[in-house]
Design a protein around this ligand. Structure first.
Ligand code: IDP
Ligand code: MG
Length: 139
């Protein structure tokens, strides 16, 4: 079954939006199969965002995601990657539609409340960064 990684970013955690965001995703018919709160260190942040290492915003991005605790979740279901990307909305909250998570909660392109894997291959790699196999549940 298809799985995807969701990170609830510091801006959303700090505004007590973790429950609201998880509830929205559960309502899409996806199953929450892993969940943890953690404060990522810089090394984990760098690995997670390695694909962006040459972008001008890379250091800012790594500093931001490792600045405070986040919630990491794995959701499972048919088309989970695409379903969650749609529910998140565009990267820049100013361009994200109303009713999407970023459209409703995001503050700026950096502080955009959530991360979601962008393909099934990326999802598998990202899930391994945040969870060991015994932290993923079937129920
Ligand atoms: P995505 O999160 O929608 O997949 P990506 O292009 O993969 O967007 O970028 C990863 C993250 O980097 C974004 O969620 C956003 O927080 C941050 N980011 C993207 N573009 C910029 C930018 O131009 N300035 C600052 N941060 C950015
Ligand atoms: Mg991305």
């Amino acid at each position: 079954m298809e799985r995807t990684l969701v990170l609830i970013k510091p801006d959303a955690m700090q505004r007590d939006l973790a429950g609201a965001i998880i509830a929205r995703l559960e309502k899409l018919g996806l199953k929450l199969v892993a969940l943890k709160m953690l404060h990522p260190d810089k090394a984990l942040a760098q690995r997670h965002y390695a694909v962006h290492r040459d972008k001008p915003f890379y250091n800012e991005l790594v500093d931001y995601i490792s600045s405070a605790p986040i919630a990491a979740c794995v959701f499972e279901g048919q088309g989970a990657v695409e379903t969650i990307r749609k529910a998140m909305g565009a990267t820049d909250p100013a361009k994200a539609e109303k009713g999407t998570i970023r459209g409703d909660f995001g503050l700026s392109i950096g502080e955009n409340s959530v991360h979601g894997s962008d393909s099934t291959a990326t999802a598998e790699a990202e899930i391994k960064l945040f969870f060991s196999p015994d932290e993923l549940f079937g129920y």
